[in-house]
Design a protein around this ligand. Structure first.
Ligand code: HEM
Length: 247
């Protein structure tokens, strides 16, 4: 094994893993392929999580007691002392402590229910087919599904569908309730479901835990009533303006 290859195999990042495979599969894993993979991960993994965190902060500003609830949960899960500095705090964020942050997990799912990063999505039919409800589609037809309105449908979520209520994601014993991806469609469903779903929750929980442990957020008046901007992903029109107070 040459040095360059053994160095790549020691690295844990995804590009190094693909590059280490190039020797075994040079026809498929080309530099163009690596470029496309990288771009795919940047597009799929950046605006989605960043946008969700903006909506999450917006919703927490609208429900300040939930900020406190999450602050307490993060403090207990990490066992962080009162005057801990950020570098020490970050070391306490482990897979085990993240796993204990059930309310935070629920609040992020609830954010995605109301503000799914991909608000509408379409698929083209490769061949004539019949959908599960008996509806016939023809080759070339385009079928849309819409996570944004689906996340607000009373028939799916009950009379309080419009309300931000993280508790709906928690069972009586406090564990996180998993919904069918065909009902909670923010990550799509079936064989092409988002590959980065678990990674996205981990990334968003780390970010949210650090922010909420050190800061309280309040909306600036110009962001009191925000609107969405229709793009590929669901942005806050004009951005979100908040004041951050050190705890
Ligand atoms: C809140 C965060 C995220 C949401 C809501 C989300 C949502 C989605 C959706 C709806 C799709 C299906 C798109 C389609 O085929 O029509 C998708 C696909 C995908 N996502 Fe995510 N995503 C998120 C974060 C991430 C992250 C962080 C990564 C990677 C680090 C990622 C990687 C991917 C990949 C690779 C696909 C393509 C899967 C395939 O076609 O088989 N996503 N995501």
């Amino acid at each position: 094994m040459n040095n360059a290859k053994s160095n790549l195999e020691k690295k844990e990042d995804i590009i190094s893993r693909f590059m280490a495979e190039m020797e075994h599969d040079p026809e498929n894993i080309t530099y163009e392929y690596l470029r496309d993979i990288t771009l795919n991960f940047v597009i799929a993994g950046k605006d989605t999580t960043a946008g969700t965190l903006s909506w999450f902060i917006y919703l927490l500003c609208k429900h300040p007691y939930m900020q406190e609830e999450i602050f307490q949960e993060v403090k207990e899960a990490t066992r962080a002392g009162q005057d801990i500095c950020i570098n020490e705090f970050v070391k306490k964020i482990t897979i085990e402590s993240l796993d204990k942050m059930k309310y935070l997990h629920a609040a992020l799912s609830e954010t995605l229910r109301l503000y799914p990063s991909v608000p509408l999505n379409s698929k083209s039919c490769f061949s004539d087919d019949t959908l599960p409800d008996g509806f016939n589609v023809n080759r070339g037809d385009v079928v849309f599904y819409m996570p944004y309105p689906m996340g607000r449908m009373e028939i799916l979520w009950g009379d309080d569908a419009e309300n931000f209520q993280p508790e709906r994601w928690l069972d009586d014993d406090g564990s996180v309730r998993n919904e069918s991806p065909f009902k909670f469609t923010a990550f799509q469903a079936g064989p092409r479901i988002c590959l980065g779903k678990d990674f996205a929750y981990t990334q968003m929980k780390i970010f949210a835990a650090v922010l909420l442990h050190f800061f309280k957020f309040k909306l600036c008046s110009k962001s009191n009533d925000v609107h969405y901007k229709t793009m590929l992903t669901l942005h806050i029109d004009q951005g979100l303006y908040v004041l951050a107070y050190l705890r």
